[in-house]
Ligand binder design. Sequence first.
Ligand SMILES: [Zn+2]
Length: 171
Amino acid sequence: MAATKFLGKDLRYRNRDWLYARYIDEQMTTQEIGRLIGAGHSTIGEWLIIHGIPRRLGKAVYATDRSREKRFGKRNPHWRGGEYRNGDGRVYIFQPDHPGSWVTGYVARARLMMENKLGRYLRNNEDVHHINHIVDDDDPENLMVLSRSKHSSLHAKERSARRSVQLSCQP
Ligand SMILES: [Zn+2]
């Protein structure tokens, strides 16, 4: 059984069913849940993402589509916690109601983390860059939003900088 307390902190939000009941069934806000257990609303927001629970952003309420969940979600025998790791290491979360989801219903966890931090959806031409280049480190501190063109020129610059370091290190 997962621990619900750690160093006196209430960690019930780490349990998907508990958080789902508060956020979806009882329609509590992240602020209300945070107050209930003495955590920040952004912590609750991050755990909604980790658990693959659909977010309500601002006034845009995305009701959970129960029949869809039955087909693809928790009650589906192939459900594996609603996340998968791509070949390149990136983590995707099943969130079919998200306006930026792929046809498969998945959204990159990095994008969800950034949207949670900003409080708005990202535009299609906005990329999320991993500052330490570890693509499954989706801690909001490790993420920054860049336009697609700025993002690719940053990577090009970093590649050529690495090349020149390697060259100068040649014996
Ligand atoms: Zn990048």
